[in-house]
Write a protein that binds this ligand. Sequence first.
Ligand code: S3P
Length: 431
Amino acid sequence: MEITGVNSIQGEIKIPGDKSISHRSAIMSALTKDTVIINNFLFSQDCMHTLESLKAIGLKIEKLQDKLIISGGGINNFVEPDDILYVGNSGTTIRLMCGLLSATKKGLMFVLSGDSSISKRPMERVIAPLTEMGASIFGSKENTRAPIVIFGSIGKLKGAKLNINVSSAQVKSCIALAALFADGQTEIIQPEKSRDHTERMLEYFGADILYDGKNTIIKPGKELNGRNLFIPSDLSSAAFFIVASLILKKSRVILKNIGVNPLRSYFLDVLLNMGANIKIFNPRIINNEPVADIESSSSKLKGITLEKQSIPNIIDEVPALCVAAAFAEGQTIIGGAEELRFKESDRISSIASQFKKAGIDIIEQKDGMAINGNCNTNILGGDFDSYGDHRIAMALAVLMLRGAGKARILGSESIDTSFPGFIYELKKSVR
Ligand code: S3P
């Protein structure tokens, strides 16, 4: 992607469906015996890997215009695929599928594998708890990495009380899916709260589940009933346009139907505390998920400090937040965020190295970063590396809207992982 500075952005931006909820909608619909129609599903690379994996294990999935139709079969109808299940760059696909596939019929074998970034990401966090529940699941590098091999273990899975030492919705969701088919109750306890889309959708489909974001209790045995779904638009994608409107002069954008689940929307609270002009209106609940419309406009920002307990609720928005911090008066400190090192790229090092190159005063720390911002920060052009990470590519693109010269963002095709229309929407909004 080549990009030069612009004066302002304006108008209504179409934000695609939420990535986390899209993955879950397909997987959970597959577990029901019903036909589920899903509106505003995110047809991005990551979610397509979930759909392809589900097709390979026997699900009937159709796309009709912008709708996704899944004819679920229930876990007993899943079949062994002819080939490995390739998840590309998608951490959510591989981790959630581990839980789901562990609960399939005995005798079925599955191999999950992904791209070079997936092979570097930690998998013991799902392999260990599933093994404790009785699953037959093995990973390479002594059960710590993909590729992962799973043998169906329904009837062998036992409910367990699992204290997981990382606050990860992917881990929690993986365990929850296996727990639906285990013998006895499963309790999952995390250090901090993390996004609860799985719990909300399971509740909506009729599962016996209690949750507060941090602790989840699942009792197996209740049949899931598929219900048609509308996927809220993704706040993590909206984040880039919100920040763009804040840092550019005479800018104002409207974003509709955005998911504002309280365990995802901390980003908006942080920006409001930084002095952002953001209005959240028309709040409503759709399919058990809070949704609202958002208006944001040019703002005078000030720095902020973020600590460990809040990080899981803003984890995917840190790249966008760092762009806002570069133009906020004073220092922004993001601490307790070492999980960022295990994302699609090591996001602490990707952000620090590329922001420094752009002329930003940023200091890389073991568990985060410190940014000395200034509303007149001069952004330099040149070649920048996104390290194949969609959110780094979009953060750099937004940063370069304030650039003095031409910038090239390498690896920007990764944006299709979560926001296929990003460049189109950006071009459309420039005034
Ligand atoms: C996700 C959970 C988060 C997030 C990722 C999507 C999910 O990951 O960063 O983009 O869909 O559950 P972790 O669970 O690893 O924190």
